[in-house]
Structure formats: C-alpha cells, structure tokens
Design a protein around this ligand. Sequence first.
Ligand code: NAP
Length: 299
Amino acid sequence: MKILLLGGKGMLGSECRKVLGGDEEIVAPDKKELDITSWDKVIDRLQHIRPDVILNCAAFTRVNTCEEHKMTFLCRKINVEGPRNLAQGSARFGSKIVHVSSDYVFGGDKAFPQPYFEDDPLDPLSEYGRAKMESEMAVRENASDYMIIRTGWLYGMKGRNFVNSLVADVVSKKKNKKIKAPEDHFGSPTWSYRLALQIRELIKADAKGTVHATAEGYCSLYEAARFVLDELKLKVPIEPCALKEYHKKAKRPSNCILENRALKKNATNMMRNWQEDLSEFLERSGEDLLKQAKDSAKR
Ligand SMILES: NC(=O)c1ccc[n+]([C@@H]2O[C@H](COP(=O)([O-])OP(=O)(O)OC[C@H]3O[C@@H](n4cnc5c(N)ncnc54)[C@H](OP(=O)(O)O)[C@@H]3O)[C@@H](O)[C@H]2O)c1
C-alpha cells in the first residue's frame, strides 16, 4: 500500500512515519516540498504519487496563536483549506483520506466525567477548534472514502506538548516562579506512538467514518502533571489552578474526555490506559526529555 503522509515531521506524523514505514510504502514530503494549502501542488503531487491513502497529520496547532487577529487567516488556510484540497484530491484520484481532528471541536460543558461520543453535537470555543470542525466538514463533503480520527492531549518527543513543556518549566524554573496546572481541565493524555499504532490498524482494516482515539481513562491536567513529576522523581512543588487562569488567550473545553465508542464497537480499540502509556513513555524517554530541556535552557 502506498501512503502519502503530510505533517511527517510533526509530533504525530513522525511516529506514523516510523510505525507505518515498517510495512507500507511511505511518501512523506515536508511543508517545503508540498504545502497543503496550494491546490495546484496538491493535485500535481497526487497525480505523480497516486497514493492508496492520504494520511493528513499536517496542521497549524498553536491554539493560542490561532486567536491572534493576524493569524486567524493562516489557521484557517492550513487547517481548513489544506484538508479540503486533500479531500478533493483524494476523490479525484481514488485515494482514501485519513484526517486527524481534535477534542477541541466540542464545547466541553458535558458534566464531568461524562465523555463525548462521535456523534455528539460540535460546539468549538476557539478559532483552532472552529477550524478543526470545518476541516471535518470539508473532508466529509468532498471525499468519497474517508476516516476522521479525533484525538486529544497528545504527547511525544517531538513538537510542543504538556509533558515536554512541564519538564522545560521545571528545568528552567526561576526562583519563586510557581509551577501550576489546572485541576478543572479533564482529558486523556494520549501517547502519539500509541495513536500511530491505532492509525495503522485502522488503515489496514479499511475503517471509515469518524472515530475517537484517545488513551483509556481520564484525569485533570494537574493530575497528569503530578504523575509526570513523580515518575521522573522531580521533587518540585506544583499548585492546582483554574483553567481560565492557565490559558488566558484561547478558550479550551473543560471536559475533553472522548469515548472510543466506534473503536470498541468494531473491536479495533488498541488504546491503553493513560497511566500505563505515560509511564512507559517516561521510562523510555525521560532522560532524553530532561537533556533536551537542559540544553534549551542553556541557550
Ligand atoms: N497536539 C495535540 O495535543 C493534538 C490534540 C488533538 C488533535 N491534534 C491534531 O493531531 C494532528 C497532529 O498534531 P501534532 O501535534 O502532531 O502537530 P505538529 O507537531 O504541530 O505538526 C504539524 C505538522 O504539520 C506541518 N505543516 C504545517 N503547515 C503545513 C502546510 N501548509 N503544508 C504541509 N505541512 C504543514 C508542520 O510542518 P512545520 O513544522 O514545517 O511547520 C508539522 O510537521 C493535527 O491535525 C492536530 O490538529 C493534536
């Protein structure tokens, strides 16, 4: 099977590249080689590559930046126009498109700990969330064979995520600067490597439609941060705070818990408990994370 992977240098994309690259032929142009916002380039590359599957892990993921007046245009261009180009191209050349979406398409006001299901109404609170919602619409309206995978709270070695940001904060901690994490923001920390394994399984099964794929179980971001500090044996005080105080620019849904209902229904759920995965990730990569944080603190 030939897979065209977009965003292959990002956090999730780099894991997909490794995981899928074992069995499949992967073509993974970077942004310079194929900018998904260019219709002409997308069509030209699809014509040459003729992939069986287009896996779109490319996105503009800086949620706060998306709120800035001047950046909203770019956010929509990459997060809506890009997937629309890929979806239209997939229909033209008979490829399947697998598109990654986000928990931020929901409003987050479901009473905790009720999870969101695949068919719950969408009600995004931020520019990023609105763009991801519209990306889903663009894929559904334009592709003839698609799968949309909603995930959330991703972490891994690459990209900016709550685990490496926390470690960077601890390492570069200035005297008297308190480390805080919100106790009213709930979700499931999801290992990008585990999600890549799940995506591989879904592609092999030729799955269709919209699925949720996050780690099993849930916690507050404060609990997740405490877990990381304990596992890495970093004896640093951390204070619980309110989500509103933690993220002032872009609103986040308070409840980001997604139920992997479609995966369970079709017996393809490979997602594991969040503590189990986070613990394994930190065991494998904890030292590298600390080194990375120390190196960047020196610069
Ligand atoms: N991170 C999370 O917690 C999270 C949560 C829910 C859903 N998601 C979704 O999961 C997917 C992967 O997220 P991620 O965190 O792995 O993202 P990421 O690390 O920010 O990587 C995004 C990738 O997209 C590339 N890209 C940006 N603009 C592009 C363009 N115009 N054309 C081609 N490539 C472009 C980037 O290249 P450059 O680096 O060169 O700009 C980068 O390689 C996204 O759809 C995101 O919305 C993420």
